[in-house]
Design a protein around this ligand. Structure first.
Ligand code: HEM
Length: 237
């Protein structure tokens, strides 16, 4: 699999199959999200929610497959090796664009995970179509506690599994610990978000638009990275 992904690509003169396929898929997912935004703008709540769910599932499957296929050999972790341009462009353009890209991807994923349950909570299915409900949307204290304890429980199960199955579980424990801590932190931010944007429908629109703008910027930054690596400053062999 790894050798297949390292074969010459079909998009750019010096790309690889792995880079081309992952760029094209990233392009498709981002466009799907933006199409879902257009549907929401046209008040097609149900189509919007279906497309969001399909693209989210597809994107997660892709991330997991990518992780296994390339063992996280994402260019960002390969450092200077993939970039054939001058040092000042590397430091002043390439690294800032790539760092912005990684920050946006993290933010976009967190927001998308927040927005999906929020979409269901903020809307009602009337006459077969989802519509956003205006009015205060608050999580009941009981539900909040239940969600927090569920997160804690899942973390404990993962931790036990790591201890039982791995010889050296330290690295994975830290990584999973950070993931669960982020989930708990975002969940606890709900209280603050409820204060700032009490209206459920307005919250969905404001945070939803922010998420969509972030997705559009992810597309811009990944395109810029791809162009720099494989068109403008490829490695000279
Ligand atoms: C990643 C997740 C999601 C994002 C980023 C998102 C984003 C948005 C945005 C930006 C709008 C407002 C469009 C505009 O006026 O500019 C919107 C509206 C809406 N969303 Fe979502 N959404 C998400 C998930 C969901 C889900 C899961 C549901 C499902 C129940 C849902 C239901 C709705 C409804 C009913 C509207 C109102 C459409 C109308 O105006 O009639 N959304 N969403």
């Amino acid at each position: 699999m790894k050798t297949l992904l390292e074969q010459p690509g079909f998009l750019a003169p010096s790309g690889t199959i792995g880079a081309d396929v992952s760029y094209l898929l990233a392009l498709v997912f981002t466009i799907l999200f933006l199409v879902a935004w257009r549907m929401a703008k046209k008040a097609q709540g149900t189509r919007h929610h279906k497309l969001i769910l399909v693209s989210m599932v597809a994107m997660i499957v892709y991330f997991v497959a990518y992780y296994y296929a390339r063992s996280l050999g994402v260019l960002s972790f390969e450092g200077r090796e993939g970039f054939g341009g001058p040092d000042d462009v590397y430091e002043n353009v390439f690294v800032p664009v790539l760092t912005t890209h990684l920050i946006l991807v993290t933010l976009g994923m967190i927001l998308a995970f927040y927005m999906i349950p929020q979409g269901f909570r903020a809307s009602d299915k009337t006459g077969g179509d989802y519509r956003l409900n205006s009015g205060e949307l608050k999580m009941k204290p009981r539900t909040f506690k239940l969600v927090m304890f569920t997160i804690l429980g899942c973390w404990a199960v993962v931790q036990v599994l790591l201890l039982v199955t791995r010889q050296n579980p330290f690295g994975a424990s830290v990584a999973y610990g950070m993931i669960f801590a982020t989930v708990a932190l975002v969940t606890s931010l709900e209280k603050l978000i409820e204060k700032l944007l009490p209206d459920g429908a307005k919250r969905h629109r404001v945070l939803g638009r922010t998420t969509m703008v972030i997705f559009a910027l992810i597309l811009v930054t990944s395109t810029a990275t791809y162009l720099m690596l494989y068109f403008i400053y490829p490695l000279k062999h």
